[in-house]
Write a protein that binds this ligand. Structure first.
Ligand SMILES: NC(=O)c1ccc[n+]([C@@H]2O[C@H](COP(=O)([O-])OP(=O)(O)OC[C@H]3O[C@@H](n4cnc5c(N)ncnc54)[C@H](O)[C@@H]3O)[C@@H](O)[C@H]2O)c1
Length: 258
């Protein structure tokens, strides 16, 4: 076990599976005490109990302001404070043209991916201020930096995370609180595994155009989150960190790829 987060307390949303789960496990290995939170309480409990005494599980729907108050209270009661918030919970919707997206889907994705992150930051900042600092890591996407046909509402939610990260970083820097965003490419999690068949049909072709032609792993993203959560990134704030195997580095040219 390393000690890169020794003495820190971390709350990670949507950590019952996927990237959030990998972050919870890695943060605990690195010495943090971790609040594993998810809308799926059973999933959160399974992850926390397999981590052991460094973790507790709570049920948290990130769209619910009252549930956020409860989550912050549970965290400070269990572990005495809060140093790290990873706003990881998020959903995708099946890709389609804007005129085929429904208002319900649009509102749901904005509610979870945008409003959930806003509520998380708003809820955590008072306790971090009281503690004299903290690190907030918001999980956006490469779709929060470039447009993607078929993904209008998802890109709207993820660009919003990119922007909020920078605004809030400017507000709270003097209080010792840093705020950064992570922009993963295609990562091998249940979100991708459960995507509709048309996504899987095109996945090989999409990955082939990357400099590193494979999916990323949740653990690879967790190592970036660990860096941003830890004091090693003490001069980083308001920044966007891409982890995508070169997906958005530029257009692929097969005549100049060896
Ligand atoms: N997997 C990818 O390729 C990829 C790429 C870029 C960005 N992302 C982003 O990374 C984050 C994590 O994605 P993942 O791939 O691990 O997804 P995942 O679907 O495997 O896991 C997401 C978790 O969030 C939880 N969740 C969903 N709605 C919630 C809510 N309202 N409140 C609390 N928890 C909720 C789910 O129960 C689940 O445990 C998301 O924000 C996603 O948009 C994923």
């Amino acid at each position: 076990m390393g000690g890169r987060l020794e003495g820190k307390v971390a709350l990670i949303t949507g950590s019952g599976r996927g990237q959030g789960e990998a972050e919870a496990r890695l943060f605990a290995e690195e010495g943090a005490r971790v609040v594993v939170s998810d809308i799926d309480r059973h999933a959160a409990e399974a992850v926390a109990s397999s981590i052991g005494e460094r973790a507790i599980a709570i049920s948290l729907d990130v769209t619910d302001a009252n549930a956020w108050s409860g989550a912050i209270t549970s965290t400070t009661t269990a572990f005495g404070g809060l140093d790290i918030l990873v706003n990881n919970a998020g959903i995708g919707i099946p890709p389609r043209l804007i005129e085929e997206e429904t208002t319900e889907e649009h509102r749901l994705i904005i509610d979870i991916n945008l409003h959930g992150v806003w509520l998380g930051m708003r809820s955590a900042i008072p306790v971090m201020t009281e503690r004299g600092g903290g690190s907030i890591v918001n999980i956006s996407s490469i779709d929060g930096l470039v447009g993607v046909a078929g993904m209008t509402s998802y890109t709207a939610s993820k660009f919003a995370v990119t922007g909020m990260t920078k605004s809030v970083a400017l507000e709270v820097g003097r209080r010792g609180i840093r705020v950064n965003s992570i922009h993963p490419g295609v990562i091998e999690t249940p979100m991708v595994a459960l995507a509709p068949p048309e996504v899987h049909l095109r996945l090989g072709e999409i990955l082939d155009r990357q400099a590193i032609p494979r999916m990323g792993t949740p653990k690879e993203v967790a190592y970036l989150a660990l860096f941003l959560a830890s004091d090693e990134s003490s001069y980083c704030t308001g920044s966007s960190f891409v982890i995508d195997g070169g997906h958005i580095a530029g257009p692929y040219r097969d005549d100049f790829t060896r």
